[in-house]
Design a protein around this ligand. Sequence first.
Ligand SMILES: Nc1ncnc2c1ncn2[C@@H]1O[C@H](COP(=O)(O)OP(=O)(O)OP(=O)(O)O)[C@@H](O)[C@H]1O
Length: 257
Amino acid sequence: MSEALISIDGATKQYGEQTVLDAFSLQVNAGEFISLIGPSGCGKTTLLRLLAGLTELSGGAITIDGKAPQTGRQDLAYIFQDPTLLPWRNARRNVELPLELKGETEEKRRETADSLLKLVGLEDAAEKYPRQLSGGMRMRASLARGLSLNPKLLLLDEPFGALDAMTRNRLNAELLLLRERKPFTAFFVTHSVSEAVFLSSKVVIMSPHHGRISAVEQVEFPFPRQNSLRETLEFQRVSAKLTKLLHSAELEGSKCD
Ligand SMILES: Nc1ncnc2c1ncn2[C@@H]1O[C@H](COP(=O)(O)OP(=O)(O)OP(=O)(O)O)[C@@H](O)[C@H]1O
């Protein structure tokens, strides 16, 4: 039996009097794609921040590859809704940044950045500055930068939430293609049920009541997945089931913010 890559055991997080996560437990194997979905303010970003070691647990334990999150940071990348590219650097130099901070040679940085830009379809935009890129292109550059250090774990906090529906669907499919080529385990926060179903091997539905797990659903569609999957009856059936579970989760708690 394979050992879990990520082990979350009774994770609890409090801000003052407020309990944001309460005894949250989940085991994640390498290669899984986990989506977190749940009402606004119920601790999804907090869980990602705990996994990234950006905030401390109030109780319980988290290990990633056997290490505490604070000591394993080089093995993960965090992708935000805002692509957070540096405006004074072109796309290539943005992708090179983590490699530069790691002290890689100029030659190695350029070679890695160029191959990643190609992977995300930005090979012709390497010299462009963020203001010259569309929203979708900026997000592709942000993904390329996130993948530059070959992270085992990718934490994505609503990365496509600000994009139009067509670009979002296209980037969903591209993200899965990227994962085929450069495998990683993913934690993906979204408010979209269909996005969660399309991308995930497992969807975790959080309850508004102290950020507990309300339901965990395995999504059985084989990878790689194409956008045509969305048009199938089975996809719609799974999405409807998850929407129902999400509504019941919302009813479980009286308020969340
Ligand atoms: N640094 C902080 N200090 C105090 N309270 C915080 C802090 N960060 C988050 N919170 C509170 O924790 C709760 C959960 O926030 P979190 O951002 O994790 O929710 P979320 O599920 O990601 O929300 P959304 O879906 O709206 O992005 C909220 O009530 C929020 O106000």
